[in-house]
Design a protein around this ligand. Structure first.
Ligand SMILES: Nc1nc2c(c(=O)[nH]1)N[C@H]1C(S)=C(S)[C@@H](COP(=O)(O)O)O[C@H]1N2
Ligand SMILES: [Mo]
Length: 242
């Protein structure tokens, strides 16, 4: 059992089982053998030229990923409705549209994705705008020390120290695996914090607020480390026992 499941038991809506049920794909949930998984993925991909349905995104453990959402339903945002606000302790707060973010210089990183519960997806390309660029454009004030992230799922939050946020391997990501980020993976825009466990990479990113101090995020209020360096935090690098 992974430590992200207790919420499910407390009756809070969560994750892929709910989603698959909604789509009438619940039966796929019993398919766990990697070979069958791959077969299903290629079937769905070929059945739907370039997968316009996004169904492969929704498969349990699709492509090595697991779908996580602490919110039961998340509104869909697209190129016309999506907005990202940068505010807080900055001289020039502003709101970006998706086309505006796409027009900025893009950085592509290829790293392993590592969830704190033990699963990993090697060599996953992410692409987007460096967070440091948006912070510089906003003009971070002297008294600032941290950045807080909010999401349009209305629930999830994350945070980084300002030094962490300014690293070159922290992106406001628009693409993953060389495709525009799909809804299930937090599209159209998610945070991508390459050197940290994947819970830092907030999906459905809608707000970046520069603050004085770090305020622990959703999972951090529930016990995970705020400094989530892969292999150096949370006291483990595999399945937790609690
Ligand atoms: N908004 C939001 N972001 C989130 C989460 C979430 O529940 N909600 N889960 C986190 C966790 S624990 C992981 S492992 C990854 C999962 O990303 P994926 O669903 O694209 O695999 O998203 C992270 N970001
Ligand atoms: Mo996770």
């Amino acid at each position: 059992m992974n430590s992200e499941q207790p919420d499910e038991q407390r009756g809070k809506p969560i994750g892929r089982r709910v989603l698959l049920g909604t789509l009438g794909l619940g039966a796929l949930g019993v398919v766990t053998a990697p070979t069958l998984q791959r077969g299903l993925e290629s079937f769905l991909a070929s059945a739907s030229d370039k997968d316009p349905t996004g169904l492969t995104d929704l498969l349990p453990n699709g492509g090595g990923f697991r779908y996580y959402s602490v919110a039961s339903s998340v509104p869909r945002k697209d190129a016309t409705t999506y907005r990202l606000t940068v505010d807080g302790l900055v001289d020039h707060p502003r709101t970006y549209t998706l086309p505006e973010l796409r027009a900025l210089p893009q950085t592509r990183l290829v790293r392993d994705v590592q969830c704190v519960t033990g699963w990993r997806v090697p060599d996953t390309p992410f692409e987007g705008v460096r967070l440091s660029r948006l912070l510089d454009a906003a003009g971070v004030r002297r008294e600032a020390g941290a950045v807080r992230f909010t999401c349009f799922d209305g629930t999830y939050t994350e945070s980084l120290t300002l030094d962490q946020a300014r690293r070159a391997d922290v992106l406001v990501a628009l693409r993953m695996q060389d495709k525009d980020l799909g809804h299930a993976h937090g599209g159209p825009v998610r945070l991508y914090v390459a050197p940290m466990y994947f819970y830092k990479s907030a999906k459905w990113l809608s707000g970046i607020t520069v603050t004085k101090k770090v305020k622990p995020g959703y999972w951090e209020e529930r016990g995970y480390d705020v400094d989530a360096w892969v292999g150096r935090s949370n006291g483990r690098d595999d399945e937790p026992t609690t």
